[in-house]
Design a protein around this ligand. Structure first.
Ligand code: HEC
Length: 116
Protein backbone atom coordinates (compact mmCIF):
# COMPACT_ATOMS: atom_id res chain seq x y z
CA UNK A 1 0.00 0.00 0.00
CA UNK A 2 2.98 2.29 0.50
CA UNK A 3 4.38 1.95 -3.01
CA UNK A 4 1.29 2.76 -5.04
CA UNK A 5 0.57 6.35 -3.93
CA UNK A 6 4.25 7.28 -4.18
CA UNK A 7 4.44 5.86 -7.69
CA UNK A 8 1.37 7.82 -8.68
CA UNK A 9 2.83 10.91 -7.08
CA UNK A 10 6.09 10.49 -9.00
CA UNK A 11 4.13 10.05 -12.20
CA UNK A 12 2.10 13.15 -11.43
CA UNK A 13 5.24 15.18 -10.78
CA UNK A 14 6.69 14.03 -14.08
CA UNK A 15 3.59 14.63 -16.16
CA UNK A 16 2.60 17.98 -14.76
CA UNK A 17 5.91 19.52 -15.76
CA UNK A 18 5.80 21.63 -12.63
CA UNK A 19 8.34 24.37 -12.36
CA UNK A 20 10.43 23.76 -9.25
CA UNK A 21 10.82 27.46 -8.63
CA UNK A 22 7.13 28.32 -8.76
CA UNK A 23 5.74 29.23 -5.35
CA UNK A 24 2.07 28.58 -4.68
CA UNK A 25 -0.29 31.53 -5.04
CA UNK A 26 -1.30 33.34 -1.85
CA UNK A 27 -4.75 31.75 -1.99
CA UNK A 28 -3.16 28.31 -1.72
CA UNK A 29 -0.76 29.14 1.01
CA UNK A 30 -3.47 30.93 3.02
CA UNK A 31 -5.77 27.90 3.03
CA UNK A 32 -6.84 26.51 6.40
CA UNK A 33 -7.97 22.98 7.32
CA UNK A 34 -11.72 22.37 6.96
CA UNK A 35 -11.93 20.65 10.37
CA UNK A 36 -12.60 23.48 12.89
CA UNK A 37 -10.39 22.06 15.67
CA UNK A 38 -7.52 21.41 13.33
CA UNK A 39 -8.00 24.82 11.75
CA UNK A 40 -7.67 26.49 15.13
CA UNK A 41 -4.45 24.66 15.93
CA UNK A 42 -3.10 25.41 12.50
CA UNK A 43 -3.87 29.12 12.69
CA UNK A 44 -2.45 29.43 16.21
CA UNK A 45 0.65 27.31 15.70
CA UNK A 46 1.72 26.53 12.17
CA UNK A 47 0.35 29.21 9.85
CA UNK A 48 2.61 31.96 11.12
CA UNK A 49 5.58 30.27 9.49
CA UNK A 50 4.11 27.84 7.01
CA UNK A 51 2.12 30.51 5.14
CA UNK A 52 4.93 33.05 5.30
CA UNK A 53 7.53 32.89 2.53
CA UNK A 54 9.99 34.84 4.70
CA UNK A 55 10.03 32.06 7.32
CA UNK A 56 11.81 29.63 4.99
CA UNK A 57 9.36 26.91 5.91
CA UNK A 58 7.76 24.69 3.26
CA UNK A 59 4.57 26.59 2.47
CA UNK A 60 1.08 25.21 2.84
CA UNK A 61 -0.11 23.82 -0.47
CA UNK A 62 3.37 23.95 -2.01
CA UNK A 63 3.44 20.34 -3.15
CA UNK A 64 6.86 20.79 -4.74
CA UNK A 65 8.43 21.94 -1.50
CA UNK A 66 6.80 19.20 0.51
CA UNK A 67 7.34 16.28 -1.83
CA UNK A 68 10.94 15.46 -0.82
CA UNK A 69 10.05 15.96 2.83
CA UNK A 70 7.08 13.63 2.55
CA UNK A 71 9.39 11.03 1.01
CA UNK A 72 11.25 10.86 4.34
CA UNK A 73 8.22 9.01 5.70
CA UNK A 74 5.69 9.75 8.41
CA UNK A 75 8.00 8.69 11.26
CA UNK A 76 10.71 11.17 10.33
CA UNK A 77 8.22 13.97 9.70
CA UNK A 78 6.62 13.32 13.06
CA UNK A 79 10.02 13.23 14.74
CA UNK A 80 10.99 16.56 13.14
CA UNK A 81 7.64 18.14 14.05
CA UNK A 82 7.88 17.01 17.69
CA UNK A 83 11.60 17.44 18.33
CA UNK A 84 12.27 20.33 15.97
CA UNK A 85 14.38 20.51 12.86
CA UNK A 86 16.58 23.53 12.00
CA UNK A 87 14.19 26.52 11.93
CA UNK A 88 11.26 24.27 12.78
CA UNK A 89 10.63 24.72 16.53
CA UNK A 90 9.86 21.64 18.65
CA UNK A 91 6.12 20.83 18.51
CA UNK A 92 5.66 23.74 16.08
CA UNK A 93 4.56 25.74 19.11
CA UNK A 94 1.63 23.39 19.76
CA UNK A 95 2.49 21.68 23.04
CA UNK A 96 -0.94 20.09 23.39
CA UNK A 97 -1.01 18.58 19.89
CA UNK A 98 -1.30 14.81 19.57
CA UNK A 99 0.73 12.74 17.09
CA UNK A 100 -2.49 12.20 15.15
CA UNK A 101 -3.02 15.95 14.88
CA UNK A 102 0.56 16.54 13.76
CA UNK A 103 0.13 13.98 11.01
CA UNK A 104 -3.14 15.58 9.93
CA UNK A 105 -1.54 19.03 9.91
CA UNK A 106 1.41 17.81 7.88
CA UNK A 107 -0.87 16.08 5.38
CA UNK A 108 -2.92 19.25 5.07
CA UNK A 109 0.08 21.53 4.53
CA UNK A 110 1.73 19.14 2.13
CA UNK A 111 -1.53 18.72 0.21
CA UNK A 112 -0.68 15.07 -0.37
CA UNK A 113 -1.11 11.80 1.50
CA UNK A 114 1.59 10.73 3.95
CA UNK A 115 3.13 7.31 3.41
CA UNK A 116 2.20 5.02 6.30
C1 HEC B 1 8.51 29.49 14.04
C2 HEC B 1 8.18 29.02 12.73
C3 HEC B 1 7.46 27.68 12.54
C4 HEC B 1 6.31 27.25 13.14
C5 HEC B 1 5.46 27.97 14.16
C6 HEC B 1 6.04 25.93 12.59
N1 HEC B 1 7.02 25.59 11.70
FE1 HEC B 1 7.19 23.80 10.74
N2 HEC B 1 8.92 24.45 9.86
C7 HEC B 1 9.48 25.70 10.02
C8 HEC B 1 10.67 25.80 9.20
C9 HEC B 1 11.58 27.02 9.07
C10 HEC B 1 10.81 24.56 8.54
C11 HEC B 1 11.93 24.14 7.57
C12 HEC B 1 13.06 23.52 8.36
C13 HEC B 1 14.18 23.08 7.44
O1 HEC B 1 13.93 22.28 6.53
O2 HEC B 1 15.32 23.51 7.64
C14 HEC B 1 9.70 23.73 8.98
C15 HEC B 1 9.50 22.43 8.58
C16 HEC B 1 8.45 21.64 9.00
C17 HEC B 1 8.26 20.25 8.64
C18 HEC B 1 9.18 19.45 7.71
C19 HEC B 1 10.30 18.80 8.48
C20 HEC B 1 11.14 17.94 7.55
O3 HEC B 1 11.53 16.85 7.98
O4 HEC B 1 11.40 18.32 6.42
C21 HEC B 1 7.13 19.82 9.24
C22 HEC B 1 6.53 18.43 9.17
C23 HEC B 1 6.58 20.93 9.97
N3 HEC B 1 7.41 22.02 9.82
C24 HEC B 1 5.40 20.89 10.68
C25 HEC B 1 4.89 21.96 11.42
C26 HEC B 1 3.63 21.90 12.12
C27 HEC B 1 2.69 20.71 12.13
C28 HEC B 1 3.47 23.11 12.74
C29 HEC B 1 2.33 23.58 13.62
C30 HEC B 1 1.92 22.68 14.71
C31 HEC B 1 4.66 23.91 12.42
N4 HEC B 1 5.48 23.17 11.61
C32 HEC B 1 4.92 25.18 12.92
C33 HEC B 1 9.02 26.71 10.82
C34 HEC B 1 7.90 26.63 11.64
Amino acid sequence: MRVIPLTLLALYMTLCGCDEKSAPPATTRNAIPSDPDLAQIYVNSCQLCHANPAANAPLTGDRQAWEPRIRQGADTLLDHAINGYNGMPPMGQCVECTEEQFLQLIGFMADQPLPQ
